[in-house]
Write a protein that binds this ligand. Sequence first.
Ligand SMILES: C[S@@+](CC[C@H](N)C(=O)[O-])C[C@H]1O[C@@H](n2cnc3c(N)ncnc32)[C@H](O)[C@@H]1O
Length: 274
Amino acid sequence: MEKYINKIINGNCVEIMKQLEEDFIDLTVTSPPYDNLRIYKGFVFPFEDIAKQLFRITKPGGIVVWIVNDATIKGSETGTSFKQALFFKSCGFNLHDTMIFQKTNPIPQIYRKRYNGIFEYMFIFSKGSVATHNPIMIDCLHAGLKLNGTTYKNYSKGEQKRGKPAKPVKKQKIKGNIWEYVVGKKAEDQEAKGHPAPFPCALARDHINSWTNEGDVVLDPMSGSGTTCISALKLNRKYIGIDISNEYCEIAKNRIANYEKQPNLFKVIPNGTK
Ligand SMILES: C[S@@+](CC[C@H](N)C(=O)[O-])C[C@H]1O[C@@H](n2cnc3c(N)ncnc32)[C@H](O)[C@@H]1O
């Protein structure tokens, strides 16, 4: 399998994934073409075959992060994202979490009697129970605050009781499952220019840090400009990137080559940095 490690491979991901051993990948972070919302440089998208292959090659305890959105056609959202999530479940994955990627700079929309769409889904699928979770921590707003006590009502008895005093509020807690990022503005994201729909490096980084450890294998079977792959490399993980477009593979390879020439320019970025 070594020949696939740290490579950007041009091809149909189903055919390339078939060549990978089963139970081989620790984490996949990917976003498929959404309901033909964007024009890519020619592709086929056999969704069901992709999902089946992902299940086969994911290690027990491994994770697939599937970032997706729906088109609105004739006044209705397609619901493709949910259909895909349910298909992943039918392949054997757990739907471990449904997370939200919220954009701080969403594309303004023409008003069509609905609120501006500012998020995408990040479905987290696990093969069995999750092997690795390094949760991102955030500061508690009321850190150190001592509460006098907790009251609760026993509705069946209709009585109000005072419980034992609660502990002071902790300094930190696990981050929530709505993650917010600016899209396309950071220098590291501008390197993806030439691809119509890259996701932010910070998003890839947060998932890689959360679900893997150093040395683990991270896959993006529709890697586009290589955001997942370069983020994995910078975090000392192994990567495999696949894209059907040779032009996008070249963008990804150039991004990686530029980093490899001057890796010291890259500062270590802590978990959860937007
Ligand atoms: C939403 S884009 C991914 C962008 C990527 N996350 C990034 O940050 O640049 C989807 C990609 O899927 C690729 N694609 C579509 N069908 C494919 C297939 N069957 N095999 C491999 N890649 C495919 C397209 O060429 C496109 O680059």
